[in-house]
Structures are given as C-alpha cells and as structure tokens.
Design a protein. Structure first.
Length: 378
C-alpha cells in the first residue's frame, strides 16, 4: 500500500460516484426527505436525524474501506464475513442484497412517477424506460459506470442544494406554521420510523447498506494512495447527504400541505420557484434516479456473478430489470419507499453496530501486531 497523493479531480469523481449512488429516487424526488426529515414537525428532529445519519455513514464507510485496503476484500460477502464471521456475514449479505433489490423496485417506480407528474407520461411507459437504460448501463460493468455517474453526482447535489436555498426565502418563514399543522394532526404525514431516533437509525442504515459493495471496492482500488484521501471522500459524502436533506426538509415543512399530496415533492419546489423551467429539474431528478439504479443492479448481480464481462452477467442484469418492472407497476411509489427504506434501514442499523465495533477491534489488533504504518490506517 502506498502514500501517493490524489488530485482534487479524482477525489471529486469518487465523491460524485457516491453521491450519484445515494441520491436516487427517494432523495431526488424529495419523498424520503419528507418521510424521514420533515414528517416529525420539528427543526431539531430533522437536525438530530441528520447527525445520526452522518456518524453511521462515516464510521461504517470507513470500516468497509479498511477491509478493502488492508485485506484486499472488494465484495459485499467478503466484507461482512470479515467483520461478522461466516454466519453473521451471510445474514448481513442477505440484508444488503434484499435492500438493494427492493430499492431498485422503487427507483423504477419513482422514475415512472416523475415522468407522469411532470409530463403526463403513463407510469408504465416511464418505468419501462427506466429498466431499459439502467439494465443496459449496468451490463457495461462497474468501472464504466463510475466514469458515467461520477460526473453526474456533484451536479445533482449542487442543483438540489440550489433549489433548497432559493426556496428557503419563500418556505422557511412558514416552518412554524407547517410544524403546527403536523403536530396538531391537521396534515397527515407518512413517517418513516416509530420515533425520531429510530427514523435516524433507519435512514443511516439504508445509506450504509446501499453502497457497501462500492465503498469496499473503492478501498481496495485506492490502496496506492494515502488513506486520508479515502477518508476525505467518505466524510464529504457522509456530511453532504444529511445536510442537503435538512435544507430541503425545512422547505417541505413550510409547504407541508402540498408536499404530503405529491409523489414528487421536490418538483413542487422547482416548479414554484422557476415555473416552466421546473421541467429542467424533472430531468435532473430522472438523471439522479438513473445514476442510482445502475449500480444497484450491479450490486445485486455481482454478488452472484463476479465476471462483469460474461454473457451470464449481462443477461442477468436484463432479466432482473424485467422482473422488477412488473412488480413496480402494482404498488405505489410512496408505499414502496416507506416500507422498504424503513424496515430495511433497521437491519442496516444492526449491520452498522456490528461492523463498526469489529472495525475498531480488528484495527487495534493490527496495530498490536506492529504492522507497517502504511497498512495501519488511523
């Protein structure tokens, strides 16, 4: 393992790849922001959820990357076996696979719903387009995908933040009124989690299950570089996702009566802010969903078929896409997101607890063996 310096450009691409993976249908549409952050009727609740999410993401990602860097483990199964043993690792692997598979369902549904809400395109048609483009990209393999989505991620997060900051002048003065409407029961909001803490654990859990394979591979691929660069990439990602959720969530609280009725709450903000130009944001949302769907298929298929150049791998991507298409047609986007993210997120919280504790135990043992400094990353 080396101590090479990493350029800002390369760091940006890798941060962008993680952004693009994480800001899929739930984040880009605003539906997960409403359910996890805005639904509790409290500014402090949103901040607490953000803090919980940050620490869960950063420490879990660091653990994944450490396994990849020091042991060369670059797949989900290997990472979880390393930290939880053969039996526990198998359960964690199932958790990750289940969430990624289910998440692909609501990504496809979200894509179709965006096209329907903005342009009136039938959901069935929009969802079919989602399957075709995502399965086709995933079939090209991970490295090609990172080249594509790594450039999309920073633009997506910045544009969403622009919408949030610009909308704040209109909706932040209405936050107190929105909180009162939520707490009085005047507005019925779908909540993810039984309480604020569980909501934070659930959201953090889905964020760490979603990118486990990608972060592990990143830790392995970046072994020639000083580990501080990997940690910078992980820290920026872990901070930015909850931060933008809080910014957007406060806008949705101020617009809560309309936000609870729309499948795509972020489109309401964009259209109210820019009028006809809001259609551009609809395209941005579709790109965000696309950038998450592709690595999700890769994660699910690559756990069984490692050879990304094989015909078997490519056909499996196509078959997975077709199967998910029919499931997505029969369950609403809001319902899919709520159940999948909430309950899969709880399993992610369990994974976080075990992986992070084992990470520090193993790192301490490594240091005790007087391993080379380059291998013992603090």
């Amino acid at each position: 393992m080396g101590n090479k310096k990493m350029s800002i450009g390369k760091q940006s691409v890798l941060v962008g790849a993680l952004f693009a993976y994480l800001i899929g249908a739930g984040f880009a549409t605003g539906q997960e922001t409403v359910q996890f952050f805005a639904s509790w009727g409290s500014v402090w609740a949103s901040i607490l959820i953000g803090i919980i999410t940050f620490f869960m993401m950063y420490f879990s990602y660091s653990a994944y990357a450490y396994a990849g860097r020091t042991r060369g483990i670059d797949d989900v199964a290997g990472i979880f076996r390393f930290y939880a043993g053969p039996v526990g690792g198998k359960f964690f692997e199932i958790f990750a696979w289940t969430f990624n598979g289910c998440a692909y369902v609501f990504m496809v549904s979200g894509f179709g719903n965006v096209m329907h809400q903005q342009w009136g395109v039938p959901v069935a048609v929009g969802s079919a387009i989602a399957v075709i483009i995502s399965a086709g990209t995933a079939a090209a393999g991970l490295n090609k995908m990172i080249e594509i989505i790594g450039k999309i991620g920073p633009a997506l997060i910045c544009f969403t933040l622009l919408i949030g900051v610009s909308s704040s002048f209109q909706y932040y003065p209405l936050v107190a009124e929105g909180n009162a409407a939520i707490n009085s029961g005047e507005v019925q909001v779908t909540r993810a989690g039984a309480n604020v803490v569980l909501s934070g654990l659930s959201y953090g859990g889905v964020c760490l299950l979603l990118v486990s394979a990608l972060v592990g591979r990143m830790g392995s691929d970046l072994r020639d570089y000083d580990f501080k660069y990997t940690k910078i990439i992980l820290c920026v990602t872990a901070f930015a996702i909850p931060f933008v959720n809080i910014v957007m969530g406060l806008n949705h609280i101020g617009n809560i009566k309309a936000a609870t009725l729309a499948p795509i709450p972020n489109l309401l903000l964009a259209n109210n802010l820019f009028g006809a130009i809001g259609g551009i944001y609809a395209v941005i949302v579709l790109v965000a969903i696309y950038s998450t769907m592709c690595p999700i298929i890769w994660t699910c298929v690559s756990m069984f078929i490692r050879d990304e150049r094989s015909l078997k791998y490519q056909l499996s991507c196509v078959v997975a896409g077709i199967g998910v298409y029919f499931v997505a047609l029969f369950i609403s986007f809001q319902t899919l997101l709520n159940y999948i993210m909430t309950y899969c997120g709880y399993t992610g919280a369990v994974v976080c607890g075990v992986v992070v504790v084992r990470y520090y135990v193993i790192k301490a043992k490594d240091k005790g063996k007087s391993a080379p400094v380059s291998e013992l990353i603090s």
